[in-house]
Write a new protein. Sequence first.
Length: 276
Amino acid sequence: MYEAIDYSVEGPVATITLNRPDRLNAITGQMIKEIQDAIGQADASEDVVGIILTGAGRGFCAGGDIESLQELSQGGSLTAWEMGDKKPDSTAEMGPDFQVGLLYLMAVRKPVIAAINGPCAGLGFVLAMVCDIRFASETARFTTAFANRGLIAEHGISWILPRLVGSAHALDLLLSGRVVGSEEAAKIGIVNRTITSDRLLDESTNYVKGLAERSAPVSMKVIKQQVYRHLSTSLGEAARESIELMAESLKRPDFREGVSSYIEKRPPKFIRLSSE
């Protein structure tokens, strides 16, 4: 079905694997469109609670395909790099800011976890940063690389990165393009945690399965929207919206189920998100 990625579903976990291992999974326009399509499938599936994004072979993503970049450097067209129009309809709930480029991943209703299994550079770095949670193997290496190629901070990373690591670390990483190992990446906040290479995908899968067992999908959707939307609002606005959203959540069947399952000491049976 796909040329540049693999897509699979196991229980509540959808896994999207960038599949150009001979090129360290360098991104092409075709890959961008296929990722969008696979994300749409996962978002619409009632079975899927969370999405894992990882790379085939020894790398996560080396950034933009070098042949395409060479063509662009010689005056080639950007047409092949257009971000496509297959973003899930549900992402529109977050407004136009989250429809630009790769930022739609931040508006997907379900948690998106990057399982970073090796080099993560340039546009691949951006792809990882727009995921909600990042786990990295001890072999993961990170570089922005933009300034080293005569480029600028792409695709909103100048907004995202300071919010993850602070402005000083963000400027260091963006200006120098230096390579950061997994230990430093975890220390400064690029990734949530490091995991041994042989356990990375299993641990990432188990994380999503844990969410499916314990957390209400509707609640996770709303919380994700709150976190990203409130990064650009005042404290008062965030608090007022939270009060309104809390009132709505008290009326949902999930609230009754959450309380009942806790009292009865049993796993909760929450409503899953679907395309409806």
